[in-house]
Design a protein around this ligand. Structure first.
Ligand code: ATP
Ligand code: MG
Ligand code: MG
Length: 551
């Protein structure tokens, strides 16, 4: 059992429950815009919102925040639904679409016009920007600010009817052009945008702005705690202003927390879209992507991602989280749950001269050294094997506990073998085959004469092994904080993918299926990729065994 986390957001909720602020209810929401695939940053928000709902026996809505038609699509809606469920959360019948509120949002806007709190402004976008002022200068009022209610109602309904060109008019809230908070200087509520919407088609040519739609959607759904990232801190007074004007009663409380920034990657949807569009990666589910779909394909588990989110907690100040913490959580989960297997990435043929030509022994070995419940499997052993090229050195240093002239080594789960001779390629001089002898008394037993054999290496039986492709991934960027760089693509790691196409996996892996995960002994954790074909597995390296980046 794990205890519930504590953080400043849960403290606020505890306080609200003590004062019976929302009649003891806790209602959160996760509000993605379906204009891209969700990433590890969104996962943090998912874990936070759904986690709070679980902890307080409240509710968490999944709401598609789909009020800006540009770039939104059903493909993204479906991916979000799939990914949130895969992360381990369930919203039952609480799936909502902000676009379902278009008609009500329109009525709310009309209400604001009627109460003298909104007006149609006909300045150009540039003029609006100029009038807005800056941190040091107050804004100037629009010459259209004092239009009559009748004129505003007429113009707004004609905006909706499609009588005007894009950008000709906007609807603005009439608040305070002198406010020190620029957000409050008569913000835009509606703009004309002739862009078909993936759900409402061409029904609308005006669309509400985020600041207007989001808070009212929260209030309509009875959200009690509206958790968002820090960049919305200045928008909170506007959030409250709209809700107070339009939906009386207990109002949702906006609470801001620090977004997740992760080292060696970018976590902005806009940039992830660019990586995909410009083919820097192979797609949204490229295993190097920090998207949920990419991490799933890579072999990360929902448990590991949830653990990571719990460990980083929620902060009030932006910071950069070390990606090795995420990798640590992945390793920890896989170490406990991934069966062990043997796979040779860079094969070197070994012939055991004194082993009978036709003999095949089946060596029973545990699938997990600490977990007998994971069972055993039979590993075929025969006269010709493959070992890793770098487990042999022609002229090894003293401390090299692997094979070399005059040396012995133990084959994992099997015998001790001794080097006898090597065969070199005549042209390249490269070692292409080793001849060894084995000690028949050493199958899973120490040498009878008491001599020490220190090294243990992995191997596969050449005759039985399955040819495999293995894809090794490295960090997508060469610098720690690419997100802070304007020209971030300059820092892409061009060596972030290495494909090894002549690997050999132990025979049991011939029937692997996409998504199955293993520890390849001595190498790391690997996951069968969807590109796997019958008898031709393709594996993604999830993480190496140890953090090779640790200093
Ligand atoms: P991005 O900023 O990456 O382009 P977004 O904020 O536009 O993403 P939305 O779909 O609008 O993406 O976000 C849905 C929810 O996920 C929001 O509540 C948002 O605050 C949260 N979220 C997005 N990115 C992060 C992040 N890096 N860390 C924590 N929460 C995030
Ligand atoms: Mg957004
Ligand atoms: Mg955003």
């Amino acid at each position: 059992t794990t205890s519930n986390p504590t953080d400043f957001i849960r403290d606020i909720i505890d306080d609200d429950l003590r004062t019976n602020k929302h009649e003891g209810r806790v209602a959160t929401r996760f509000p993605p815009e379906p204009n891209g695939y969700i990433h590890i940053g969104h996962a943090k928000s998912v874990c936070l919102n759904f986690g709070i709902a679980q902890q307080y026996q409240g509710t968490c809505n999944l709401r598609m925040d789909d009020t800006d038609p540009l770039g939104e699509s059903m493909e993204f809606v479906e991916s979000i639904i799939h990914d949130v469920r895969w992360l381990g959360f369930d919203w039952a019948d609480r799936l909502f679409y902000a676009s379902d509120y278009f008609e009500r949002l329109y009525s709310f806007a009309v209400e604001l016009i009627r109460s003298g709190d909104a007006y149609v402004c006909s300045l150009t976008p540039d003029e609006i920007r100029e009038h807005r002022g800056s941190f040091t200068e107050p804004g100037r009022e629009s010459p259209y600010r004092n239009r009559s209610v009748e004129e505003n109602l007429d113009l707004f309904s004609r905006m909706r009817a499609g009588e005007f060109a894009d950008g000709a008019h906007v609807l603005r809230a009439k608040i305070d052009m002198a406010s020190p908070n620029i957000v409050m200087r008569d913000p835009i509520i509606y703009r004309i945008k002739r862009e078909p919407h993936y759900r409402t088609g061409t029904d609308w040519v005006i669309y509400p702005m985020y600041d207007f739609a989001h808070c009212l959607s929260d209030a309509l759904e009875g959200i009690t705690h509206s958790i968002c990232t820090l960049e919305f801190e200045n928008n909170r007074p506007l959030y409250d202003w709209f809700v107070e004007k339009l939906i009386p009663g207990p109002r949702p409380k906006q609470i801001e927390f620090a977004r997740l920034n992760l080292s060696y990657t970018v976590l902005s949807k806009r940039r992830l879209i660019e990586l995909v569009k410009n083919h820097f990666v192979q797609g949204w589910d490229d295993p190097r992507m920090p998207t949920v779909t990419g991490m799933r394909r890579r072999g990360y588990t929902p448990e590991a991602i949830r653990n990571f989110c719990a460990q980083i907690g929620v902060a009030k100040n932006d910071n950069l989280i070390d990606i090795s913490l995420l990798e640590h959580c992945v390793r920890e989960d896989l170490n406990a749950h991934a069966p062990r297997a043997l796979c040779v990435l860079n094969p070197l043929r070994v012939v055991i001269d004194n082993y009978p030509e036709d003999l095949v022994e089946e060596i029973e070995c545990p699938n997990h050294p600490q977990d007998p419940d994971m069972g055993t499997r039979k590993l075929p052993f025969s006269r010709e094997l493959y070992i890793e090229q770098d487990d042999f050195l022609e002229d090894p240093p003293k401390k090299y506990h692997r094979l070399g002239p005059g040396r012995e080594v133990r084959l994992r789960n099997a015998y001790v073998i001794r080097y006898e001779s090597m065969v070199k390629d005549e042209k390249t001089g490269q070692v292409i085959e080793l001849h060894c002898s084995y000690d028949p008394g050493t199958r899973n037993a120490p040498p009878a004469d008491g001599r020490k054999v220190q090294g243990v290496i992995h191997w596969v039986s050449a005759r039985h092994a399955v040819p495999a492709e293995v894809r090794l991934y490295d960090r997508l960027f060469r610098i720690e904080d690419p997100g802070s760089e304007e020209d971030y693509t300059k820092h892409l790691n061009r060596e972030s993918l290495e494909i090894l196409s002549s690997c050999y996996a132990e025979s049991s892996l011939g029937t692997t299926e996409p998504g199955l995960k293993y520890q390849f002994e001595r190498l790391g954790y690997f996951c069968a990729d969807p590109d796997t074909a019958p008898g031709k597995p393709v594996f993604n390296r999830i993480v190496p065994l140890r953090d090779s980046w640790a200093k």
